[in-house]
Ligand binder design. Sequence first.
Ligand code: SF4
Ligand code: SF4
Length: 340
Amino acid sequence: MNKQSFTYNLTKDKTSLQSVVINEPTVILSNEFGDKYLNYRQTWMDAARKNLKLSFPIHLDIEICDACNLDCKFCLEKQRGWSKERFSSHLLKKILHEANNFDHFSSINLSYNAEALYDKNHFVEIIKLFDFFERPFDIFVHTNGVNLDQSITHEILNSKITNLCVSVDTFKKSTYEILRSGNFEKLTENIKYLYKQKAILNIDFPIVRLSCIVNEFNHDERDDIISYWKQYADIIEFQNLALPFETAQKNPKYYRSSFKCNDPWKRLTIQSNGDVYPCCAFSIFNRNLLLGNIIDRTIYEIWNGQKLNDLRKEISSGKYTKFSTCKDCQNSQYKYKVEK
Ligand code: SF4
Ligand code: SF4
């Protein structure tokens, strides 16, 4: 494996962060779900723009497994270590039963900060549960694609998963090995197989989103990435790195010029042990605002509880005296301001 160091140089080129849309996901989703999808997007925007206080989140991020089979250079999650804990299917059922009482609850993301397919049997057990519930209808899975073999692909094609996000980062084996230390041939084979099966079955789902984190090793590969992957993707997404707080704060160029958070009006983050946090920044970086655990609380109680209401109040006021994670987050790079 190549041992070159990683220095978190971010791109300043706005075009290099623009997604390439081959099949527009919003069209696919609105064709499939009609008003249900349009209402969901409207509620999402209202919650964000007007800080609309809903009785239940619109979206949940659930870490179905706290583990990964890769060792990427830039991984923030691995720095705190993997517990390898799996999210209990019993707990997921409890959440889905409760969530079905709320018409605006619409989307879920499985394994937002670890590898969703790390334990394939567990993954299949988890995704089958969604067959028994009407909500959420927009189901995201994030994977590095290494375990996306033929058998898992068919499980996914037969499931209610709407969006499959696969991290590719490059079109080159050598770059992939530097960045992700994985088997690029296997990744390519897996993605091509998935996309061909979708064509054979003539189905729109899952929408295949290939993701690239633009960095010092692949910043000049954009055109080649697009021509290599475009036949096997519905959308190719380019994004900047999320930096560790301490890295970002050493350099003022990474500070946000303006940022208004609206996560606590839209979503919650649940870890594999059932701990609930307001957002991924709290669950990855500073775990200093644990809202409760889903084993002995409901989502409704947590969402409407004092701790989250205090956070909303502080964010609305624009002062960050009480929650250091928010202060760090505000002064960090999640949405790096692209310099013209
Ligand atoms: S695939 Fe994702 S979770 Fe796994 S090591 Fe890489 S960045 Fe971290
Ligand atoms: S850390 Fe605070 S400001 Fe940052 S996304 Fe989370 S809730 Fe919002």
